[in-house]
Write a protein that binds this ligand. Structure first.
Ligand SMILES: [Ca+2]
Ligand SMILES: [Ca+2]
Length: 206
């Protein structure tokens, strides 16, 4: 009888573990990064009000995911408080950086008064500051779901293997005047990830 009860308990435990593995996949419900909201700062340092004008520079969460029928692709999503496809004055720079196998990578897209750039992904230098090279990838910029999605061929980001980890996930957004505006050329407002509530690595599944 005792053996039977232990057997049932072990089975229940295994079911629970497999279920938790299923729901622990990167998703909007279980993102790798959860940031605070209303935290866009002047120069990335100085809190200010009102934040209502910077909803589209305030990220809420970031998650990575894969699809079994597209095992050679990594999807990266950034959810904003409110995404807008139009900018009247500023340049918005949406970025997610990460590390794989001791190499720094970044995915980014920029919104100018003239419109959106392509979705871009590339390799960063050792300091993680400048792109050594980058390529155009696919993506979506959805102002209904407020989610930006980069659709990235794994071949462009070091071919991360199954069960290996994407680490140091570092999303940020900065706002500045466009270079051709003739105005100041530094970042004016930023949402940085130093104050995130949750930060996790992402395990490659396929
Ligand atoms: Ca934020
Ligand atoms: Ca933040």
């Amino acid at each position: 009888m005792m053996k039977k009860i232990v057997g049932i308990l072990v089975c229940m435990l295994l079911i629970l573990v497999s279920f938790s593995i299923c729901v622990s996949a990167g998703s909007e419900e279980d993102p790798e990064i959860v940031d605070r909201t209303f935290d866009v700062k002047l120069f990335g340092l100085i809190p200010f009000l009102p934040q209502m004008y910077f909803k589209n520079a305030d990220f809420e969460s970031v998650w990575f995911y894969e699809q079994v029928d597209h095992p050679d692709t990594l999807y990266i999503c950034m959810k904003l408080r409110e995404l807008k496809i139009i900018s009247e004055t500023y340049e918005f720079n949406y970025v997610v950086d990460w590390t794989y196998n001791n190499v720094n990578y970044g995915a980014f897209i920029r919104l100018f008064p003239q419109g959106l750039t392509s979705f871009l992904v590339g390799t960063l230098d050792e300091d993680g500051n400048d792109y050594v090279d980058y390529v155009v990838c696919e993506g979506t910029f959805n102002d209904e779901t407020n989610i930006i999605t980069w659709i990235i061929p794994k071949s462009e980001i070091g071919n991360p293997g199954k069960w290996t980890k994407i680490t140091n996930i570092f999303p940020f957004i900065n706002i500045r005047f466009p270079l051709d505006s003739g105005k100041v050329k530094f970042d004016l407002f930023k949402d940085l990830p130093w104050n995130v509530k949750i930060t996790k690595d992402y395990s490659i599944k396929y």
